[in-house]
Design a binder for this molecule. Structure first.
Ligand code: F6R
Length: 608
């Protein structure tokens, strides 16, 4: 995952920037770079590969500037070459960037028409040229950034350095994290407190939409509407431990908020955004054309990611999928076909049942593919093919960001299968990849509902039972919602396919039961709404998670609606996971449970 560092120092900053980038190595990267202001102009050193390559370049040709920005890049648009490494520069400005600029194509065409010459394949270079175009029209650096930010669509963090301005740096945050560090006559920007730990413990985390103007004396933070705002200055303590909670009360909250960023990184690993194609970085030891059936096996939340993926594989690749919880698959002596594909999904990569199921599948001669977060784990080592999720360390016992990263990896695999089996055309693929590219931004939009969900959680916390309903891919998400709520708040919850309600669970409905209905406006929306009416008619209190169109169409009494952004109906679970997780989280906070380490649960379940 990309890392950002910026320093307004009192002496040369290049070495300090590299030291700080080293602390961000844990995020993963494949090229790096630094830019400083040398006299009046910006100079850069960039290198492919690890930081030692950048250090070697700086050793041969040092940078002496007292203000600078640095970056570790995890390739998204374009290969990990020196030309694609950050900082990117255009006349008057250099920029480092973490995240995705969705509308880079349109902006590039526009800027090229205006005479901009691009030298990289990245979306980041567009930002440099866009800001530069305003500078060239006479805007000040602050105005140039102010005019550029609303034109950028996506989830990202940025840091800018300007020619002729030795005491000015600008940072911006929308969807990807960025922190300001306060020093003694020095100021800093960093992707997280860990990057800033060598310099300062005094940190402000920017909120979504914030942008900040830094000088050596301090900073001025603006919100998305341009108002000057104050953000708390916290003692980070990050020097003491590598993984911190940032300014969140729990790891789970932090991990929920990290999703736009880490899901974006997982996406970038498996698609080529520039060509809008799925581009798996690993060679598959089988041909999807020869696979007659896919078996997906996992436990808990990971199994619900697999259940959602079943819908995707069946729809996009027209291949039948069996989904099993691992503790059943391993003992039920499932008849499987040699040469078919078995997929295992696990955050920890150590879950005993999933590992045993993997070993069984191998014995039966199946091809094995593991979607794992911990790439050094046993499941990763023992699988024929590994698809890492780039969620980063997940500390909260309840899985959140690992789940959505699993979904993202599986979505790209389902598209690859559809392509290989001739079920998806190039145009279908491009359309679906475009829809996936929007997901990180839409997740950031979904997070803006937190205050409303927190309020709702106070009512949920008074309940003894909660039902979750959904159809299609929203059905496994309903199962996940119920699991999330019960495991951290200890309130009993069940998930059902909305159409199953009338076959039993409807007997439970009365005015004491909240019913969470997950129903984006898709082809089964009307059917779900009918089921919702059945609940309303029996006095059930409905919490509807839908989009604007759904909210307009579905009106019943006793309903609270959480309106999600409009999006391609194929991938709604990735975005609707956010309100589902937030509802469980805030309910648990109200209940006063140990959110990050709920009773009786372990993060890695290595026993049967
Ligand atoms: C629920 C949760 C568990 C895990 C399950 C599998 O929030 O975290 O249900 O999903 O124990 O764990 P992994 O993914 O490590 O195999």
């Amino acid at each position: 995952m990309c890392g950002i560092v910026g320093i307004l120092g009192r002496g040369p900053v290049a070495d300090q920037i590299v030291d700080s980038l080293k602390r961000l190595e844990y995020r993963g990267y494949d090229s790096a770079g630094v830019a400083t202001l040398e006299g009046a102009h910006i100079d850069r050193r960039r290198a492919e590969g690890k930081l030692k390559n950048l250090e070697a370049k700086l050793g041969k040709s040092p940078l002496a500037g007292h203000i600078g920005i640095g970056h570790t890049r995890w390739a998204t648009h374009g290969k990990p070459t020196e030309a694609n490494a950050h900082p990117h520069a255009a006349e008057g400005v250099a920029v480092v960037h973490n995240g995705i600029i969705e509308n880079f194509r349109e902006l590039r065409i526009e800027l090229e028409k205006g005479g901009a010459k691009f030298v990289s394949e990245t979306d980041t270079e567009i930002v440099a040229h866009l800001v530069s175009s305003y500078l060239q029209k006479g805007a000040s650096p602050i105005d140039a950034v102010k005019q550029s930010l609303p034109r950028l669509k996506g989830a990202f963090a940025l840091a800018f350095l300007f020619k002729d301005h030795d005491n000015l740096m600008i940072g911006a945050r929308k969807g990807s994290p960025l922190a300001v560090g306060y020093g003694d006559g020095e100021m800093y920007l960093g992707s997280d407190a860990i990057a800033l730990a060598p310099f300062t413990d005094d940190i402000s985390y920017l909120e979504d939409g914030d942008w900040v103007v830094l000088t050596r004396k301090g900073c001025e933070i603006h919100d998305e509407s341009g108002n000057i705002v104050k953000r708390d200055v916290l003692k980070s303590g990050a020097s003491a431990f590598m993984v911190d909670k940032a300014n969140y009360r729990h790891f789970m909250a932090k991990e929920i908020h990290e999703q736009p960023e880490v899901v974006g990184h997982t996406l970038a690993r498996y698609v080529d955004m520039a060509s809008e194609r799925v581009a798996l970085p690993m060679k598959l030891p089988f041909d999807f054309k020869d696979v007659q059936r896919i078996s997906i096996t996992a436990c808990g939340t990971a199994s619900y990611a697999g259940f959602i993926a079943k819908y995707w594989f069946e729809r996009f690749a027209r291949v039948p999928v069996e989904i099993d919880v691992a503790s059943e698959f391993r003992y039920r002596e499932a008849p499987v076909r040699k040469g078919d594909l078995a997929i295992f999904i696990s955050q920890s990569g150590e879950t005993a049942d999933t590992l045993a199921a993997l070993r069984y599948a191998k014995q039966q001669g199946m091809h094995t593919l593991a979607v794992v977060n911990v790439t050094t784990s046993t499941i990763a080592r023992e699988s024929e093919t590994v698809m890492p999720t780039l969620a980063g360390p997940e500390i909260g016992v309840a899985s959140t960001k690992a789940f959505t990263c699993q979904l993202m990896a599986l979505a790209t695999l389902a598209l690859a299968a559809g392509k290989a089996r001739g079920e998806l055309s190039d145009a279908d693929e491009a359309k679906l990849v475009q829809a996936l590219v929007k997901v990180p931004r839409l997740m950031a939009d979904a997070l803006t509902h937190e205050a409303a969900i927190e309020k709702l959680a106070r009512d949920i916390a008074k309940s003894k039972d909660v039902l979750y309903l959904g159809r299609g891919t929203s059905y496994p998400l309903a199962l996940e919602g119920a699991l999330k709520l019960k495991e951290i708040s200890y309130i009993h919850a069940e998930g059902y396919a909305a159409g199953e309600l009338k076959h039993g669970p409807i007997a439970l409905i009365d005015e004491t039961i909240p019913v969470v209905v997950i129903a984006p406006y898709d082809r089964v929306f009307d059917k779900t709404v009918s089921n919702m009416q059945e609940v309303a008619a029996r006095g059930g209190n409905i919490i509807l998670m839908t989009d604007a169109k759904g909210a307009e169409e579905a009106t019943v009494d006793s309903m609270v609606t959480i309106v999600m952004p409009d999006m391609d109906s194929a991938f709604t679970p990735l975005v609707y996971a956010i309100p589902v997780q937030l509802l469980a989280y805030h309910t648990a906070v109200v209940m006063g449970t140990d959110v990050d380490q709920p009773r009786n649960l372990a993060k890695s379940v290595t026993v049967e």
